[in-house]
Design a protein around this ligand. Structure first.
Ligand code: MN
Length: 128
């Protein structure tokens, strides 16, 4: 069964890299460049996993993560937070917002798709 991932990223180069890596790994990839559109896509397309940039125009990735984790339908969808800023405390804020995994950009092209797939596999084990 095809695994569907929603990538939320406002930087075009970062988006292209993430999409390429995930497509090669067999994911069906949905894209959003703002948290607002990501919320809509998450509700309509029900992705298996979400890759969420922290730094987004408008609502940021942490706010979006809190909103998704507060939604009864979407709160079991795993979220991998990414950030290029590596600000002190970002990891703690991401975990406090409810994210399931955290990566600092630039992403490691050798391990990125596996890190995303692991989150989906975790869900699959719960479902049997
Ligand atoms: Mn960004």
């Amino acid at each position: 069964m095809t695994r569907r991932v929603l990538v939320v990223e406002d930087n075009e180069a970062n988006m292209q890299l993430a999409v390429a890596l995930l497509e090669v790994a067999g994911f069906e990839v949905l894209q959003a460049t703002t948290a607002e559109t990501a919320m809509v896509t998450a509700r309509t397309a029900a992705p298996d996993v979400i890759v969420m940039d922290i730094g987004l125009p408008g609502m940021d990735g942490l706010q979006a993560t809190r909103a998704l984790k507060g939604d009864p339908v979407l709160r079991s969808t795993p979220i991998l937070i990414t950030t290029s800023l590596a600000m002190d405390g970002d990891r703690e804020r991401a975990i406090a917002a409810g994210c399931d995994a955290y990566l600092t950009k630039p992403i490691d092209t050798r391990t990125f798709a596996d890190a995303v797939a692991e989150l989906v596999c975790g869900e699959g084990e719960i479902d049997g």
